[in-house]
Write a new protein. Structure first.
Length: 310
């Protein structure tokens, strides 16, 4: 799938002009730890949805982009860390659809330094980067911080960190619907909780969603509350059967351990599938450990949502 050119000036942006590949394909793998327990392993290849907006980035951004276009908003402002996949996807959406984009980056110590490859990609796609000190970044929802951003940049449509809001959760319900009847357990790596909130809501009866947080530091409590709040905002209350397993963050976002790298290298060698390490490798590491622990019933199927590429 080739890249799509920017929307012409004055033309209303249409996210579906990007020609996403939906529904994303499901691949079954024969993998030792699962096969020994009589469990089928399926990969939901959301990383193939679009080359610039893969996986849950498409599913979360698309309804927000559609709402922005309908409202006539031409500038998007959002938040993320120095290696944020969400910032890169938002910048790419701006380039492809004609939105102006502003990325508020955590850490003012990065200002003036050479951009890392992730932020350089954002800048190349036209995103204006604004570095915010970590204390103010943590208070990004406070009215005074928002007012200062409006004073600096003028009018914009705000998309929260990770793209997770009620629209994003609604967008991710389609992921669950695509997997109805396909697997008993559907697992996804979690950052801000929007994908899990929508996935669980879209699954059918007797299916459960399993989330693996990739950040450390009280995340099960915080993330569980965030998922509940997103479901309430999007659907009016709790939806679906879901839970979190916090054992596989490997030290936090973008952190890795020798055990994780050894697992990912071996998985890649067995299946020829490169693994993105911040989310996808931790997801599969967690699922493999659970399979070895006997967490999945013989004869059942487990689907792992592959949300991005290396």
């Amino acid at each position: 799938m080739g890249r799509v050119t920017r929307t012409a000036p004055g033309q209303q942006p249409d996210p579906h002009s990007l020609r996403p590949r939906l529904p994303s394909p499901v691949l079954e793998l024969t993998d030792g730890p699962f096969a020994r327990r009589g469990v089928r392993l399926l990969l939901k290849r959301d990383d193939l949805i679009h080359p610039d907006l893969p996986g849950n980035k498409w599913r979360k951004l698309e309804p927000n982009l559609r709402a922005a276009a309908a409202a006539g908003d031409r500038t998007l402002l959002t938040f993320g860390g120095a290696y944020s996949n969400h910032l890169r996807a938002t910048a790419a959406a701006g380039r492809l659809l004609g939105f102006c984009t502003i990325g508020v980056v955590r850490g003012d110590e990065l200002a003036g330094r050479p951009l890392n490859p992730s932020l350089a990609r954002c800048a190349a796609d036209g995103m204006r980067l604004h570095f915010l000190d970590r204390a103010r970044y943590r208070r990004a929802a406070d009215p005074d911080v928002r007012a200062a951003l409006h004073d600096r940049f003028g009018a914009f449509r705000l998309i929260p960190e990770g793209g997770s809001n009620s629209l994003a959760a609604q967008g991710c319900t389609e992921l669950g619907r695509e997997l109805r009847g396909v697997a008993d357990t559907v697992a996804v790596a979690c950052g801000t909780g929007g994908t899990l909130a929508g996935l669980a809501a879209g699954l059918g009866p007797r299916q459960r969603a399993l989330g693996f947080p990739v950040l450390k530091g009280g995340r099960p409590h915080f993330l569980g509350r965030a998922v509940g709040e997103l479901q309430t905002a999007a659907f009016g209350g709790p939806r679906g059967d879901w839970r979190l397993d916090d054992r596989f963050h490997c030290g936090g976002y973008a952190r890795r351990t020798p055990e994780l790298d050894a697992f990912a290298d071996a998985f890649e060698d067995r299946h020829g599938l490169p693994l993105e390490r911040s989310y996808v490798a931790k997801l599969l590491y967690g699922l493999t450990t659970l399979a070895e622990e006997g967490a999945f019933a013989p004869g059942s199927a487990v689907a792992a949502v592959i949300t991005g590429r290396p």
